[in-house]
Design a protein around this ligand. Structure first.
Ligand code: ADP
Length: 392
């Protein structure tokens, strides 16, 4: 079993590994650019450097048995030099390589026979924009997150406006999917090839940012089975090791389309900390350290997770609001310890678990729980964390 794990990235995803790491006797070392990043406080050691700094990753490797990722903003070719010299990465660089660029990822999924929206590399249309039919979705091929880099376009003027903001950036163009709901699933695969799949959840985005997650999603057994089959095709094909998040669209006709794969722990899996036998963070550590995987099953009737997004630019720890959120029955608050709030920044989340007598079958139940959390958090002025957002 590996005991010293290096994490490239020091945000909340690394921070949420702290608790299970302690329980499993694993030491975490992080590579992150700022001393104020959440995981610095819980790491046994920190390499203070940008995420794409492979020289710093070489220093990280010297302190660890295995290196894992908190986000995708890495310099893959530079990391390959380290892998050739013996640094162990889980997931492996080969697993990551088809996923880091959204166009490459779409091609990979399509070649694997998985259902994806119609898409094309934008450069093939660059000189014939007037032939395009709207609505369309334009995405930066790399470095997008929380909807940064995703543009839903209704007409040519909007496309041209988006292009002026994206000079010389490789782009992906795809059909606008008028989805009924967005779904997601977390799956884990171990070094030995063992796999577990968590319950399918519904995710609710506003302005392309995740606001709420409902576990389990209220969808038919056949849709759940179809999504589990997607996970069980994808992870072995990638020779994946660790947690992978899969985001999907469910169309009004009941078709499932894969939107995006995250080769790491994911916001749609935060509910697992309080609602499942094994959290995604523990599972990730188990998978990459060579331990047997844990059960992914729910230990309650269901859960609603609500992101707490910054709604102002301020230096504040929101102590009072945190106490009020904690007073909600069955609410579990996870506060990431970020010292600065910025509009749209993910500062924490609340998961409300459901008792056996409660059910998520009624959309009203979910709305009531989410409204209770959001009314407290976004306060009397009705501020909204996503307008004019900047995140992470
Ligand atoms: P990011 O990688 O920044 O999270 P995504 O590609 O997941 O970006 O897009 C963010 C959100 O934008 C999605 O959750 C969805 O709500 C919306 N979106 C993305 N692609 C499409 C599409 N093809 N059709 C309709 N909505 C989309």
């Amino acid at each position: 079993m590996f005991k010293r794990v290096g994490v490239i990235g020091g945000g909340q995803l690394a921070w949420m590994m702290a608790e299970p790491a302690k329980q499993l006797g694993i030491e975490l070392v992080v590579q992150t650019p700022h001393l104020s990043d959440p995981a610095v406080a819980i790491a046994s050691d920190t390499v203070l450097a940008t995420l794409a700094d492979a020289t710093a990753t070489a220093q990280l490797a010297a302190k660890c048995d295995v290196i894992t990722f908190e986000n995708e903003f890495v310099d893959l070719p530079a990391l390959r030099c380290l892998a050739e010299r013996g640094t162990r990465f889980y997931p492996s660089l080969d697993s990551l390589s088809p996923l880091l660029d959204k166009y490459d990822q779409r091609c990979y999924l399509k070649n694997l026979g998985l259902p994806v929206p119609n898409f094309t590399d934008f450069s093939s249309f660059e000189h014939s924009l007037t032939t395009l039919e709207f609505p369309l979705v334009l995405k930066t091929r790399r470095h997008g997150y929380d909807g940064q880099g995703t543009f839903i376009l209704s007409n040519l003027a909007e496309l041209q406006a988006a292009l002026t903001r994206l000079p010389d950036v490789p782009l992906l163009l795809e059909e606008f999917v008028p989805f009924d709901r967005e779904l997601a699933v977390i799956a884990a695969r171990s070094i030995a090839g063992e796999m577990v799949v968590y319950p399918v959840v519904e995710t609710q985005q506003e302005h392309q940012v995740c606001r709420r997650v409902i576990a389990p999603a209220q969808v038919s057994v056949s849709i759940m089975a179809e999504i589990e089959a997607i996970a069980r095709t994808l992870l072995p094909s990638l020779d994946a090791v660790g947690i992978f998040g899969i985001e999907l669209f469910l169309t009004p006709s009941g078709q499932v389309l894969v939107n995006e794969i995250a080769p790491r722990t994911h916001n749609s899996g935060h509910y697992t900390i309080d609602a499942c036998a094994t959290s995604q963070f523990e599972q990730h550590l188990r998978a990459i350290c060579g331990l047997p995987l844990g059960s992914p099953h729910l230990i309650c009737a269901g859960a609603v997770m609500v992101n707490l997004l910054g709604y102002e630019n301020a230096s504040c720890n929101y102590w009072e609001k945190r106490q009020q959120l904690l007073a909600i029955p069955n609410a579990h608050l996870h506060w990431y310890g970020k010292t600065e709030s910025r509009i749209g920044r993910k500062l924490g989340h609340v998961t409300v678990t459901l008792e056996a007598c409660e059910s998520l079958a009624l959309p009203q139940q979910v709305a009531t729980i989410a409204q209770r959390v959001e009314a407290l958090w976004y306060d009397r002025r009705g501020n909204d964390g996503v307008k004019g957002r900047r995140s992470e």
